[in-house]
Design a protein around this ligand. Structure first.
Ligand SMILES: *[C@@H]1O[C@H](CO)[C@@H](O)[C@H](O)[C@H]1NC(C)=O
Ligand SMILES: *[C@@H]1O[C@H](CO)[C@@H](O)[C@H](O)[C@H]1NC(C)=O
Ligand SMILES: *[C@@H]1O[C@H](CO)[C@@H](O)[C@H](O)[C@H]1NC(C)=O
Length: 311
C-alpha cells in the first residue's frame, strides 16, 4: 500500500489505493457521511448599500467562504445579500418583500436562513440541525425574544401576558422551511394585508407567521446564540458585538434634528419642544403644511392625515 496520504476536509485521509479512511475527528466524518448537505440551505444576508454596511457584509462573506474549503463543492450553498441581489426591492429589511422574491428562486434548496451582516454562522452545524427536520412541513426557527411588559412598538400586543409570544432575534438568524415560505407567499398574494409601515419588523413578521394562532409559532433554537452566549462552542450562530456600539459620541454640529408638525400644534406642542429638548440642539428645523414665521416652519407640500403613528 502506498504511504502517500492527502489531507482531506473534515479530518479524513484519502489513501491512494481507493480507500477512504477516517481519522480524528471521526465523529465529524460519520456525520458528514449521513448526508449533511449545506446546499439545501439558501443564505440571505440583510445588508445595506452604505460603506459601513457593505464592509460588514464583506466580513460576513469572508467568514462564510472560509468554511467552504471544508465542504464538498456539490454542497456549497448559495448566498444572497439584499444590497446586491435585491437592491431594487424596497423594504427587504422587513422580510415581507423578500418572500415574493425567494419563491421564484427556488432551485433545490429546502431551507432559507436569513441573518444580519454581523451574524456569524457555522454552516455545517446548521446543516446538521436541519437534517433532522422535514422541510415539507412548516418550520420557523430562531432565537426567542419575549416581552416582559407590553410596549408601544409592538402596539401593546398580548396585554394579558406579553410573555406568551415569541419573536426572533434577526441578528441570531432565522430559518424558514420552503413549505412555510410558499405558504407565506400565497398568503401575501391572496390576503388583503394592511402593512403600511414597520416599526419592529421581527415582531411584525412573527405575528404574521403566527397568524392569530392558525399559523406557525417561532420555535426557539438555543444554539442560535445571543451576543452574551456567543463564546459557547455549542453555538450554531453567533453575534459579534453588542449593538449599537456607537463608539465615540457625535459632535453637536454634526447633528440635525427635523421636527414634523402641523398647524394644529403650532401653538400647543411646538412651544413645549422649544422649551425642553429643542433648546439642546444646535440645528433644528420645523416642518409643517403651512408656513409660520413665528416658529419658523418650512412648508412641505405633503398632505396630512388626521391620525398616524408617532408623527
Ligand atoms: C448535496 O445536495 C445536492 C443537491 O441535492 C447534490 O447534488 C450533492 O451531490 C449533495 N452533496 C453531497 C456531498 O452529498
Ligand atoms: C415530511 O412531511 C410531509 C408533509 O407532512 C410528509 O408527507 C412526509 O412523509 C414527511 N417526510 C418524512 C421523511 O417524514
Ligand atoms: C472606535 O473608535 C476607535 C478610534 O477611532 C477605533 O479604533 C475603533 O476601532 C472603534 N471601534 C468600533 C467598534 O468601531
Amino acid at each position: 500500500m502506498t504511504n502517500l496520504l492527502l489531507n482531506f476536509p473534515c479530518g479524513c485521509w484519502i489513501i491512494l489505493t481507493g480507500f477512504i479512511t477516517c481519522f480524528a475527528p471521526l465523529l465529524k466524518c460519520i456525520e458528514a457521511g449521513r448526508g449533511e448537505n449545506a446546499s439545501s440551505i439558501l443564505f440571505v444576508i440583510l445588508s445595506q448599500i452604505n460603506d459601513f454596511h457593505v464592509k460588514e457584509a464583506e466580513k460576513f462573506r469572508h467568514h462564510f467562504n472560509s468554511q467552504l474549503d471544508n465542504l464538498d463543492k456539490s454542497s456549497w450553498p448559495q448566498v444572497l445579500s439584499t444590497h446586491e441581489h435585491f437592491l431594487d426591492i424596497p423594504g427587504t429589511w422587513t422580510i415581507f418583500p423578500l418572500i415574493d422574491q425567494l419563491v421564484p428562486l427556488h432551485t433545490g434548496w429546502s431551507w432559507v436562513f436569513i441573518c444580519e451582516e454581523d451574524t456569524r454562522v457555522d454552516i455545517n452545524a446548521l446543516a446538521r440541525l436541519l437534517q433532522s427536520k422535514n422541510a415539507s412541513e412548516h418550520h420557523f426557527l430562531g432565537r426567542e425574544l419575549r416581552d416582559h411588559e407590553t410596549t408601544i412598538i409592538h402596539h401593546f400586543a398580548f396585554p394579558d401576558n406579553p410573555l406568551q409570544f415569541a419573536y426572533p432575534d434577526f441578528r441570531a438568524g432565522i430559518v424558514l422551511s420552503i413549505s412555510l415560505v410558499k405558504h407565506l407567499h400565497n398568503r401575501l398574494n391572496n390576503e388583503k394585508l394592511k402593512i403600511e409601515f414597520s416599526i419592529d419588523p421581527k415582531h411584525e413578521f412573527a405575528l404574521f407567521v403566527w397568524d392569530e394562532g392558525r399559523g406557525t409559532p417561532l420555535v426557539g433554537v438555543k444554539e442560535f446564540c445571543s451576543v452574551d452566549q456567543s463564546y459557547s462552542s455549542d453555538c450554531i450562530t453567533r453575534q459579534l458585538f453588542k449593538f449599537p456600539d456607537c463608539n465615540e459620541t457625535i459632535k453637536e454640529e454634526d447633528l440635525f434634528v427635523a421636527v414634523k408638525t402641523c398647524e394644529k400644534f403650532h401653538n400647543t406642542r411646538i412651544p413645549i419642544v422649544k422649551a425642553t429638548w429643542g433648546k439642546e440642539t444646535k440645528y433644528i428645523e420645523y416642518f409643517s403644511e403651512i408656513e409660520d414665521r413665528s416658529i419658523p416652519t418650512t412648508k412641505l407640500d405633503v398632505p396630512n392625515t388626521e391620525r398616524g403613528e408617532n408623527t
